[in-house]
Design a protein around this ligand. Structure first.
Ligand code: 13P
Ligand code: SF4
Length: 306
């Protein structure tokens, strides 16, 4: 296997993809080569929607485990493959279904909103799912004015609460990558590039969010970069997104808020692994049917809102 050039790998991947009637989906944080071979590159919401609509038989999911699981929840008749099955999301693993059941007992009657960065089992215990792109909208659609359980991201919860005025009871979870972006990083970049606009992801801490001009999902950042009149933009999220931003906006300059914001799990998927997964049809992600059906209710409620 050694010695294959990227070009050879790409050719083989494209040939096998046709043979298997497969589609390759990539999150915005994947390595450049993987983003470039994908049929679709996007955020969690866009990836879910694309998975739901594809007529391919096989989905090769280049991202982290909860994303492939969401595709499998939406498309039980398709084969969902992860080129690197060990690519998890530490934030998604910060709450289990049994912890959520206990939490619900402490807040009887409160609706449960889960961030898409959760396991299928946690989604199955939730009323409705949301992503970074639609969280305020999903909360806005809930009946009543009482408290809402929001899991697992306490920082996303704080942001959504400030946007909607709704009282959220957060789980104590967070993204270990986005907390590495510090207010002083933004201030330093702003001093170095005073004309630059600042956009950050809502998984950042409230102190970081306070300094930003825009708070956006990764796809929202890509859209905004195309539309913005700013020629320089400071980007407060995982650094993998810079590849797409620079490719789509060759005349604009993008600065990472912090070079430390690297999600190691997102970097585990390589071109070689994409090829192996198509060759061996591995590793398949499949959610047990009883959990899948309950999780699907929460995911579909979200997709109906937006
Ligand atoms: P997006 O849905 O905005 O791409 O975010 C996913 C994620 O895991 C961010 O860390
Ligand atoms: Fe999970 Fe954070 Fe990595 Fe996103 S960046 S996949 S939330 S650990």
């Amino acid at each position: 296997m050694a010695g294959r050039t990227d070009e050879e790998l790409r050719e083989k991947i494209l040939r096998l993809k046709d043979e298997r009637n497969a589609v390759i989906l990539s999150h915005n944080y994947q390595i450049e080569e993987v983003q470039d071979i994908a049929d679709y590159v996007g955020d969690s919401l866009g990836l879910s929607r694309t998975a739901a609509q594809t007529d391919a038989d096989v989905i090769v999911f280049c991202g982290v485990h909860f994303m492939a699981e969401t595709a499998s929840i939406l498309c039980p008749d398709k084969t969902v493959l992860m080129p690197e099955i060990n690519a998890g999301c530490p934030m998604a693993d910060m709450i289990t279904a049994s912890q959520l059941r206990d939490f619900k007992l402490k807040h009887p009657g409160a609706p449960v909103v889960c961030y898409v960065n959760t396991t299928a089992e946690v989604k199955a215990e939730s009323d409705v799912c949301c992503t970074s792109a639609n969280a305020p909208k999903v909360i806005g659609h809930l009946d009543g004015t009482g408290e809402v359980i929001f899991v697992p991201d306490k920082y996303l919860a704080a942001y959504v609460s400030s946007k909607t005025g709704r009282r959220l009871v957060p789980w104590n979870g967070y993204c270990p990558v986005h907390v590495k972006i510090l207010p002083e990083d933004l201030l330093r970049q702003k001093r170095a590039h005073p004309r630059a606009e600042m956009m950050v992801h809502p998984e950042c801490t409230p102190e970081v969010i306070k300094l930003a001009d825009r708070v956006l999902s990764t796809e929202g950042m890509c859209r905004h970069a195309l539309e913005s009149g700013a020629e320089e933009i400071i980007v407060g999220t995982e650094v993998g997104i810079l590849h797409r931003l620079r490719k789509e906006n060759p005349n604009k300059i993008f600065y990472p808020a912090s070079e430390a914001a690297i999600c190691p799990n997102m970097k585990l998927t390589t071109l070689e692994r994409v090829l192996w997964s198509l060759e061996d049809m591995k590793d398949e992600v499949r959610v047990p049917e009883d959990i899948r059906r309950r999780a699907l209710t929460a995911v579909n409620r979200m997709l109906e809102i937006i």
